[in-house]
Design a protein around this ligand. Structure first.
Ligand code: THG
Length: 265
């Protein structure tokens, strides 16, 4: 499981305030906590600051990399934000994200074409949000073929089929889950990834729904998640699910996590 730590998002009050106050200590602590909890990438999102997004993302990337060496997921649709962040980022960052929306596709593709950057590709087109599994598979196919034709390696592509609120329509969970299965079986080597919080939008006890949905998606082949890695119950569930789904030879990762005390909470 590839874990992208989601906590450094300016839409979270404490993070937004720390960014505005140039409180590098707080930002670093949140980065460090996520790394210690098992994050592979640190998502960096300052999208709520329209005029200062570029400056703030660059500041956070520099801060995180100088002090932790972590690899970042650059979470912005703005090519100028991404380019400026890439100038200071060392190592192969993750670009979050491209989509099939023409303007976004044309702007982001040149940044990643022929590079070894990781890229999240959203199943979104100019026709709007996908609803069915088929909607998602059609968009995923175009994204994967387009990216591969532009010298992006299949193993660097993370398709995000887009989670939608189950409270809006009871079919939204299954359509997403079946899309994961279709993508992972149709394009061996590609990755899938998603955020979880949309599934539980508008319902109580969101953690329960988010965690249950993560487990179901892992059973369908999902191998990436944008998630709060500091949530120990969530992280334990992800490890257990991968083991149960048959993606943990000799249960090695499960046993390592047990011995490291990751199941004690
Ligand atoms: N796909 C991709 N990128 C994404 C998302 C996705 N980036 C942004 C988002 N979705 C994932 N990141 C976050 C970051 C923080 C929170 C949720 C998702 C979060 N939410 C609190 C909640 O839901 O209750 C509210 C804020 C708070 O706690 O202050 O923390 O889907 N590719």
């Amino acid at each position: 499981m590839i874990v992208v730590g989601e906590l450094l998002n300016a839409s979270r009050k404490a993070v937004g305030a720390a960014i505005e106050a140039s409180d590098g200590g707080y930002i670093l602590q949140v980065a460090q906590d996520q790394l210690e909890a098992g994050a592979d990438y640190i998502d960096v999102n300052a999208g709520t600051f329209i005029d200062k997004e570029r400056e703030y993302v660059e500041w956070m990337v520099r801060l995180i990399q100088d002090n932790t060496g972590a690899v970042c997921s650059l979470d912005s649709p703005d090519p100028e934000v991404l380019n400026q962040a890439l100038k200071v980022h060392k190592g192969t960052a993750m670009i979050n994200s491209i989509s099939l929306e023409k303007e976004r596709y044309d702007a982001i593709l040149p940044i990643i074409a022929g590079t070894d950057l990781k890229v999240i590709a959203l199943c979104m087109s100019d026709e709007g949000m996908p609803v069915t599994k088929e909607d998602r598979l059609i968009i995923a196919d175009k994204l994967i073929n387009g990216l591969c034709r532009n010298n992006v390696k299949l193993e660097n592509i993370f398709i995000d089929p887009l989670v939608q609120p189950i409270a809006t329509d009871q079919s939204y969970g299954a359509e997403f889950l079946n899309a994961i299965e279709g993508i992972m079986s149709g394009y061996p080597g590609v990755h899938t990834i998603c955020g979880l919080s949309n599934i539980s939008h508008g319902l109580p006890n969101r953690k329960l729904l988010n965690m249950s949905f993560a487990i179901m998606a892992i059973a369908k082949g999902l191998d990436g998640l944008i998630v709060n890695p500091v949530d120990k119950q969530m992280m334990a569930s992800l490890i257990a699910s991968e083991t149960l789904a048959g993606r943990d030879e000799y249960c090695e990762k499960y046993l390592d996590a047990y011995r490291a005390g990751r199941f004690e909470f």
